[in-house]
Design a protein around this ligand. Sequence first.
Ligand code: XMP
Length: 311
Amino acid sequence: MAFNAAVFVDRKIEEIREQVGNDIAICATSGGVDSIVCAFLAHRALSRNLIAVFIDDGLMREGEPQAVTSILRKRGIRTVTVRAASDFFRALKGKEDPEEMRKAFRDKFYITLGNAVRKYRARFMIQGTIAADVIETKGKIKSQHNVLSQIGINPSRYGLNVVEPLVMLFKPDVRKVGKALGLPSSICQRMPFPGPGLATRIIGEVTPEKVRLLRKATAIVEREMKNVKAFQTFCVLLRDRATGIRKGERAFGNIIVVRSVQSKNAMTASPTRVPYPVLERIETKITAQIPDVTKVLYDITPKPPSTIEYI
Ligand code: XMP
């Protein structure tokens, strides 16, 4: 049977109201489509009893903290920003193994949220976990940062009761829910952005310098690719270096990978056939604006055998 987003919205609003009652709930909103749609759904159910918490973990894209909080505030959602970048960098310091990085991020994330829960006297946390997150975590492909109960973490350890209204849905239906909630397509069609942010796109230790470099490259690629339709488009910073030439001299610089994929639900994906002139412009802009980069590559690997992100 076809998915009926309007019926889903009505049912979930009822369920959320029943679960949360007159208590305060918080909704962690990273800016990806799932968490934004989840925040709007929960706001419909709870109005002023919902607080959207935006954790500024220092791992966001350029301008994203302002963009996300203004989307939420404009529509009347109580929104607070928690500035925690240095905590996250400290937690990630020295970590090079992908799963260790994910776990360090997740722990810091829930400790930070737990603090917000106590501060705002919330008893519930509403989060935008979707079906693909659960399947991939259970399948041991990677531990998505937001899948808790499914991987045996007791949310009460963090002082939270967790509500996951979108957990049975895949991405296309999440977008339909956003539409049924009256959100413009600029919000419903937002690119997915992983909870651990740019950390999933840095191989090796995550440092503020590497994030700055990657953020700059990402902004260039997003600008240059804005007319190329894709499920996700982004950059990755490799740990390896490559020899290049800067000011007539040898330079051992960074390698940026450009990744763009077509996908319906993120379970499988194929590389975007980006027009060659667009790729050339991306290369020119990145190497001109970021002198530390000596190579720009384009990733042509589908999922499987690859995944979309790099860690
Ligand atoms: P992968 O890399 O597993 O990504 O092919 C599939 C989709 O999930 C997003 N992703 C995440 N989303 N928390 C999230 O909320 C995470 O930890 C996470 N890791 C990957 C990824 O961007 C893609 O859309």
